[in-house]
Design a protein around this ligand. Sequence first.
Ligand code: ADP
Length: 179
Amino acid sequence: MHKGFILWFTGLSGAGKSTISQRLAEIFRQRGYKVELLDGDEVRTHLSKGLGFSKEDRDTNIRRIGYVARLLARNGVIAITAAISPYREIRDEVRAHIQEEGAAFVEVFANASLDALVERDVKGLYKKALAGEIANFTGVSDPYEPPLQPEIEVRTDRETVEESTQRILNYLSERGLIG
Ligand code: ADP
């Protein structure tokens, strides 16, 4: 039996949170670990349906994700979250709650330059946001506060998905969180 912990991704849209977290979830499952993935886009269609993109709604969304992740980690599950989570204060609040319970909170900063993200534009959203068609778009017309001391930073504009994934796995095994 392994201990539950939280792997918390943060970063702009298109930075690679979903891609890397899905890859990790697959690897953990293959190794027989219990794992759940709370993906930001999916959470917004279920758990946080009806919430918008004001600061208040974003904070509520992140607190909910943090709460569910905490329940999972408490029960021995590796909880991976992949939401933009733009505000440092709320991420740190979630971190404090988790750590109070003795579980590890591993913050992964998926970082890529805005230029690279605009170029990549996986979901076609940057084009719209830059044209002023999407209000409150993180990184363009809404704030993003990068973590000051993330446990891990992956530079997804310079690394392949496999490299980023491997660096995270290495960190987790050095910390003794996975075997
Ligand atoms: P997010 O979940 O942060 O919005 P996505 O995972 O949906 O981002 O999109 C990231 C895109 O960047 C994918 O098309 C992915 O293939 C590509 N990509 C290139 N390099 C990397 C990397 N090192 N890590 C993650 N994604 C990468």
